[in-house]
Design a protein around this ligand. Structure first.
Ligand code: GSH
Length: 216
């Protein structure tokens, strides 16, 4: 399987962790925003990452790819069969993808991607608004919702944990680290998820990339 994407995308990071947890071998082909790579453009009609080529089967969108992989490789199950658990997992994926990643994305895109990767000014007012107004409410909700099990749904890792922990890395790149004194549950839970063998090597690589880019 080939995955097209950049290590710093929350959607790509979620997918890489998911594939790692499944034990699936894949090759990551690095592409950037607006990348003309023909394989990427064929797999991603809208030019968004991630996209996938699985032996000629082309698919874009992290959630679509994850559903495909879960159906093709059911074990270990990362999307539970239990109706209530499955509903909760999809809620958390939605929260991670469309709410949390949108907020962290306003900070990350405008402060790092636009100036450092695209060579143009970001909308710094949007970043300030996201950090000051949106983020505190989202972190308060997440802090209140992390169960004692240490996993967002049930008592084992699911897609929910990967989907919500992933955008936290984009906050970290912006210097907005989780303060364990203020958000002790998010701090402990996210450290546990982001340090899993499925995530940690990619994160180490992406941290080196961001350090290089910020120093340039
Ligand atoms: N719902 C999509 C979102 C993908 C997405 O928006 N990716 C961003 C990077 S984080 C992208 O490719 N943006 C480029 C663009 O919008 O042209 C998914 O889960 O894969």
């Amino acid at each position: 399987m080939i995955v097209y994407g950049s290590l710093v995308s929350p959607f790509v990071r979620k997918l890489l962790g998911f594939l790692g947890e499944k034990g699936i071998e894949f090759e990551l082909k690095g592409v950037g925003i607006g990348d003309p790579d023909p394989g990427f453009r064929a797999a991603s009609p809208l030019g968004k990452m991630p996209a996938m080529d699985d032996d000629g089967f082309l698919l874009a969108d992290s959630s679509a790819i994850i559903q495909y992989v879960e159906a093709k490789h059911p074990e270990p199950a990362l999307i539970p069969a239990d109706p209530q658990e499955r509903g909760r997992v999809i809620w958390w994926e939605e929260f991670g993808d469309t709410v949390f990643a949108a907020c962290s994305g306003k900070m990350f895109f405008n402060r790092i991607v636009a100036p450092k990767f695209l060579g143009r000014e970001g909308d710094l007012a949007a970043a300030v608004q996201a950090e000051g107004e949106e983020l505190p409410k989202l972190l308060a909700y997440l802090e209140s919702a992390i169960p004692a099990s240490g996993f967002l749904v049930g008592d084992r890792l699911t897609l929910a944990d990967l989907a919500v922990a992933s955008p936290l890395m984009n906050l970290r790149h912006c210097g907005a680290c989780i303060d364990p004194a203020v958000h002790p549950k998010i701090s402990a839970w996210s450290e546990a998820i982001l340090s899993r063998p499925s995530m940690a090597p990619w994160i180490a690589k992406e941290e080196r990339l961001i350090a290089r880019v910020l120093a340039s």
